[in-house]
Design a binder for this molecule. Structure first.
Ligand SMILES: *Cc1c(COP(=O)(O)O)cnc(C)c1O
Length: 386
């Protein structure tokens, strides 16, 4: 009998250690981690710079409180704002909490503009988190089931369909559009190149906030520090988490000029958010992304994955589509194969699957040799299905 609630259904595998892209289980079997703890350990497991930052900070100061100034939090805020051209940051402990802050900011923005029943447009099949507000924002029934009443302020529209957004322009209660630049949990759904530009245009025209959930796409995952930077746009609110702490819990909600003065003392907070340890480590993550030219590697390996996958994997007739934006990778199959994740584990590979989509989020430090191993294992896996 387990004393844990049954909300997870863990596979009967326990990892005991890891290094780079590789995990070792308690039977000493090795696995290539093509999931990075679901988009978290972008710099790979136990990256020396991050291990150094953790141990050094753990020996110095782990936690105080946001009642006092926190030097590393201020440095991290400066670095994040300068590299995203945003104005202000609030630090939380997770992606959902970063999105909660974004939703609270949007309510304050609505009040300021005398909108008493604010509505935010979000996408069908999106994922924004598991708290009450963020699961209401999420466009996936499976996440919402059983938890009604939901927050009333979200209207879901089709992703990558600008007309679906424009159709709501007459609704004066709308205050913002909240989107993932790429639908992550839904299976790496990449919109048209100029979709976000068009969304920004509609937002500007209607004085709506553009809220981007970069919890998964941020921290270098798509080959830019933030995915929206591919589009040269400027969101009003930007959230980030997963890759930011390389395994330590931290989330960030960044605000631009339209919302920069909305959080006043006492309006929001978090006990742990932005504590010295997590801030110091996130700062090291951002510095390491720069010093080790991680974004260059993401782009190089992304191109290499696409070329090798179309050479090798596309030969399998059950492969219907191969997608990549940076190191957000997906392979769509002809139908659902329910045992895919277990079959991959058998051959020493960690993947995710959603419906017909195999989703891969390998560490951003993956090298060409490891990419070859990934392709080879995927080919073995997919070949065994047909
Ligand atoms: C994972 C994810 C979240 C939720 O983050 P948590 O840290 O699990 O709360 C929110 N939005 C997106 C796009 C995500 O991928």
């Amino acid at each position: 009998m387990s004393y844990l609630f049954d909300n997870y259904l863990p596979l009967a595998i326990t990892f005991k250690s890891a290094q780079g892209c590789w995990l070792t289980d308690t039977q000493d079997k090795q696995y290539l981690d093509a999931l990075s703890g679901v988009g978290v350990v972008g710099l790979g497991h136990c990256h020396p710079a991050i291990t150094h930052a953790i141990t050094q900070q753990a020996q110095t100061l782990v936690h105080t409180s946001n009642w006092y100034r926190i030097e590393h939090q201020e440095s991290l805020a400066k670095k994040l704002c300068q590299s995203s051209k945003m104005k202000k940051v609030f630090f939380a402990n997770s992606g959902a909490e970063a999105n909660e802050a974004a939703i609270k900011l949007t309510r304050l923005y609505a009040k300021k503009h005398q909108i008493n029943a604010p509505i935010i447009l979000t996408a069908n099949h999106s994922f924004h988190g598991r708290t009450m507000a963020t699961l209401s924002a999420t466009g996936t029934l499976k996440v919402q089931q059983g938890f009604s009443p939901l927050l009333p302020e979200f209207i879901h529209v089709d992703f990558d369909d600008i007309d679906a957004i424009k159709a709501h322009q007459a609704n004066s209660n709308i205050v913002g559009v909240m989107l993932e630049p790429i639908l992550g949990e839904a299976g790496v759904i990449i919109p048209a190149d100029n979709y976000l530009n068009k969304v920004q245009e509609v937002c500007h025209k209607n004085n709506w906030l553009l809220i981007l959930d970069e919890v998964q796409t941020g921290a270098g995952r798509t080959g830019k520090l933030f995915a929206y930077q591919h589009n040269n746009i400027s969101p009003d609110i930007l959230t980030c988490a997963k890759g930011l702490g390389n395994g330590l819990p931290i989330g960030a909600c960044l605000g631009g000029a339209k919302v920069a003065d909305l959080f006043t003392p006492g309006t929001h907070g978090s006990t742990y958010g932005g504590n010295p340890l997590c801030s110091r480590v996130a700062l090291s993550v951002l510095e390491t992304i720069e010093t080790e030219n991680i974004l260059d590697n993401v782009n190089t390996q992304s191109i290499y994955f696409l070329s090798q996958a179309s050479l090798v994997l596309a030969k399998n007739t059950i492969v219907k589509d191969i997608r990549a934006k940076g190191l957000m990778l997906a392979i769509s199959l002809d139908k659902i194969y329910p045992d895919l994740i277990k079959q991959a584990l058998d051959i020493g590979l960690l993947i995710n699957a959603n419906g017909v989509h195999i989703r891969l989020l390998p560490p951003l430090i993956i090298n060409q040799n490891e990419m070859d191993i990934l392709i080879e294992k995927l080919n073995q896996l997919i070949g065994s299905l047909s």
